[in-house]
Design a protein around this ligand. Structure first.
Ligand SMILES: Nc1nc2c(c(=O)[nH]1)N[C@H]1C(S)=C(S)[C@@H](COP(=O)(O)O)O[C@H]1N2
Ligand SMILES: [Mo]
Length: 415
């Protein structure tokens, strides 16, 4: 564990040495500086040797021995990392307890969550075509090879299904490294008419089996303004963790809108339509309205707020440890994700106690990837405890977190 954490720390220092105060033993979360600038240069080029004076995060359980991992209470027990069901009802849940086995908290492609499997009505022998139509002078047909010259690296980005929940250990949540063609650059390949103000992105959704219980509305599409696409850095993604997209994650082309809920990240993109302010919202936008913080399922696309993910946090693993002197302690390991700015204001509440600060080390410095945190706890007595997280900063939006969505519970039988 210690080795891994040092590795994580060093990895971050290499890419953001000047920003996170690496090499400065007095660096604290509060003087951690601005988030890492994407243009800060390739990792490791001018940051010196990774070990150069980097302070390691203190290990509050140095010398202790791990006894067990606790289970979260009253959560579903669907198996992880296995594709369950087919078509619209296909799901694969990521085991977030294992997230920090990767120093960058990236999920391998075969464990990345899946919501809706590869449509069985796709004919893989036909070339993939994306039609750009609507308010354009002439329709354009593009294939993956037209996107290739435009491809950029979008780095690590988290995807979360807005329908995530404790039925699956919150396993509809993963991060990967993504690359693809910026959608705004793709639109530049068409002659977009001045009346066009919005972009409808639609994906193939032909499944021979209907969704059981009508849980999913056919037709996966979402409408964005140009500004939303530009600001988010939306790409037509063709690569995930350095490999072509897996079939179930949208092969050959999916939309990736960084920090927008999963439902906006249309898979198997085959159609882009330029529309105006009067265009109706899509069935997908109606279906996911409440889960993406819309005030209601508005009829027109223009009335939808960006379906972005506010700052969120939750525990993913609770470990029981025995100290050298025989006393027990519990290590709560968790993640921070989403949000729009870095924060050092994470606080935790255990059972009926007060919220106390979590010293996130290395500090939170990037809203795109997961940030790991941990908190060592000595419960006062056996019993069931709720673990609740909050951001103690009124300037940081945390709608879903504050609704209690990510509260988890454990049973402590021994203290
Ligand atoms: N064509 C299509 N795209 C889709 C969906 C879908 O059902 N069909 N589901 C959406 C939802 S609800 C989510 S959460 C993400 C899931 O992406 P993933 O399976 O790659 O994790 O894909 C989105 N894109
Ligand atoms: Mo979703």
């Amino acid at each position: 564990m210690h080795t891994r954490r040092r590795f994580l720390r060093n990895g971050l220092c290499v890419s953001g040495a000047l920003l996170v105060g690496c090499g400065d033993d007095d660096a604290t979360a509060t003087d951690a500086g601005p988030p890492l600038d994407d243009d800060a240069g390739p990792p490791g080029v001018d940051a010196g040797p990774p070990d150069a004076g980097a302070p390691s995060c203190p290990d509050a359980l140095a010398g202790a021995t791990k006894v067990a991992d606790l289970r979260f209470l009253r959560e579903g027990d669907a198996p992880f990392h296995r594709l369950l069901g087919a078509g619209w009802d296909a799901r694969r849940y990521t085991d977030l307890r294992e997230l920090d086995t990767d120093p960058d908290l990236v999920v391998p492609n075969d464990r990345f969550y899946v919501r809706t499997g590869y449509p069985d009505l796709i004919d893989p022998t036909l070339p993939w075509r994306i039609t750009v139509s609507g308010l354009v002078d002439a329709d354009v047909e593009l294939g993956p090879s037209d996107l290739e010259p435009l491809v950029v690296d979008r780095g690590i980005q988290v995807l979360e299904c807005s329908g995530n929940g404790d039925f699956s250990g919150f396993g509809l949540l993963s991060a990967a490294r993504w690359a693809g063609a910026p959608l705004m650059d793709v639109l530049a390949l068409a002659s977009v008419r001045p009346e066009a103000t919005r972009v409808l992105v639609s994906g193939f959704d032909g499944h021979s089996r209907p969704s059981a219980g009508g849980h999913s509305t056919p037709g996966a599409s979402w409408i964005f303004t140009f500004d939303e696409l530009e600001r988010a850095g939306a790409i037509l993604a063709t690569r995930m963790n350095g490999a072509p997209l897996p079939n179930d994650n949208g092969f050959p082309v999916r939309l990736l809108v960084p920090n927008w809920y999963g439902c906006c990240n249309v898979k198997w993109v085959d159609e882009i339509v330029l529309v105006d302010e009067e265009h109706e919202a899509t069935a997908q936008m109606w279906e996911f309205a409440t889960r993406t913080h819309q005030t209601r399922a508005h009829r027109l696309a223009r009335d939808y707020a960006p379906a972005t993910m506010d700052q969120a946090a939750m525990p993913v693993r609770v470990e029981q440890w025995r100290r050298a002197d025989g006393r027990l302690a519990y290590r709560i390991v968790g993640i921070l994700w989403g949000g729009y700015s870095v924060t050092d204001a994470l606080v935790i509440r255990l059972g009926g106690a007060d919220f106390v600060p979590v010293d996130v080390c290395p500090p939170h410095r990037d809203n795109s990837a997961f940030t790991r945190w941990e908190h060592v706890w000595e419960p006062p007595a056996p019993g069931e405890y709720e673990i609740a997280m909050r951001i103690d900063d009124p300037g940081v939006p945390t709608r879903r977190l504050d609704s209690g969505f990510y509260v988890r519970e454990v049973s402590i039988t021994e203290v």
